[in-house]
Write a protein that binds this ligand. Structure first.
Ligand code: NDP
Length: 290
């Protein structure tokens, strides 16, 4: 029986994910590095903003930080209670998940890598996909807590498997984003109406999440709302490429796309959304996608 839950890291995703917890659990602790955000969350949603040392006394601890390294650094000096399950919703590194499993086992704590997809809108609507790696019994125990913000919740394998699925998913997003930018630039160069072209492609075999939502809602209307930062996509592309290398596989498309996204990240304005990666291609083609 889960009595208490905690959420650590109230960023673009965590703030929204944690907002659903009070409807399911009586005791919901929140903690954030900039503590004002935790206090604001408590006021808005009835959670309890507490010190980190208190938050980690919960039965289930969620975290959603930028990188696995941030989580590892946080875990370093914490005293946890045996029987706790740490559910890490960061999009992280599989090797570090396995390290954290070993480290936390010493304190009698289970660690699950449980990254999410569905963007901030999925976090708002509690319709996220949660891909979980790690001990299956811990997964089953943590399942009711993950249901607070997840719609499809899957155990995908041993520790690190959740992070691996997430990295490959985001690499597919990046490949799609780049290829749609090239395709639509070509259409524009040939005088085609991009809105009409989008309708046709979304009813055809070339459609993808990028053509269905990212292009119409972020690129073609030039809004590029910053909900998933470009450095985070660049990080995920790097994790995917590392997985390819670790498996000693040839993967030219993944290698090329990782390079493109890294270059786009290095040349982008500060605080850019991931969709702004297409602006690098626009600067090459001198054609604006609108
Ligand atoms: P944000 O940058 O919006 O939030 C990051 C959060 O982590 C903030 O609360 C920040 O605190 C905290 N933080 C950063 N560094 C540290 C640290 N060293 N120690 C403690 N806390 C820290 O990121 P997102 O919410 O967008 O992303 C979080 C994770 O979720 C990432 O791994 C990302 O790849 C993944 N993700 C993001 C999605 C999105 O659409 N945004 C979708 C799916 C997954 P502070 O407020 O003090 O800065």
């Amino acid at each position: 029986m889960i009595q208490s839950v905690a959420f650590i890291g109230l960023g673009a995703m965590g703030y929204r994910m944690a907002s659903h917890l009070p409807r399911h659990f009586d005791t919901v602790y929140v903690w954030n590095r900039s503590f004002e955000k935790a206090k604001q969350h408590a006021t808005e949603y009835g959670t309890q903003a507490v010190e980190l040392s208190q938050a980690v006394q919960a039965d289930i601890i969620f975290s959603c930080l930028p990188t696995s390294a941030d989580v590892a650094q946080l875990v370093e000096n914490l005293e946890l209670k045996p029987g706790t399950i740490w559910v890490d919703c960061t999009s992280g590194v599989p090797d570090l998940a396995r390290q954290l499993v070993t480290q936390l086992k010493n304190q009698g704590v289970d660690y699950l890598d449980a990254p999410v997809s569905g963007q901030t809108i999925g976090a708002d609507n509690a319709t996220l996909t949660v891909m979980v790696g790690g001990d299956f019994t811990a997964f089953e125990r943590a399942y009711p807590a993950m249901q607070a913000f997840g719609k499809l919740i899957k155990h995908v394998g041993e520790s690190g498997a959740g992070f691996a699925v997430k990295a490959v998913n985001n690499m597919l997003l990046a490949v799609n984003l780049w290829s749609v930018a090239e395709g639509f630039t070509t259409l524009k160069a040939h005088g085609v109406n991009l809105g009409e072209a989008l309708d046709c492609i979304n009813a055809s075999s070339g459609k993808s999440g990028v053509t269905e939502t990212i292009f119409p809602q972020r690129v073609l209307n030039r809004s590029f709302p910053v909900t998933f930062a470009l450095p985070l996509l660049a990080k995920d592309a790097g994790i995917a490429l590392d997985l390819v290398h670790a498996a000693k596989l040839p993967a030219p498309l993944i290698a090329l796309t990782q390079s493109l996204i890294q270059a786009a990240n290095q040349t982008a304005e500060e605080n850019s959304d991931f969709s702004a990666a297409v602006k690098m291609y626009e600067s090459w083609s001198k054609i604006t996608l609108e």
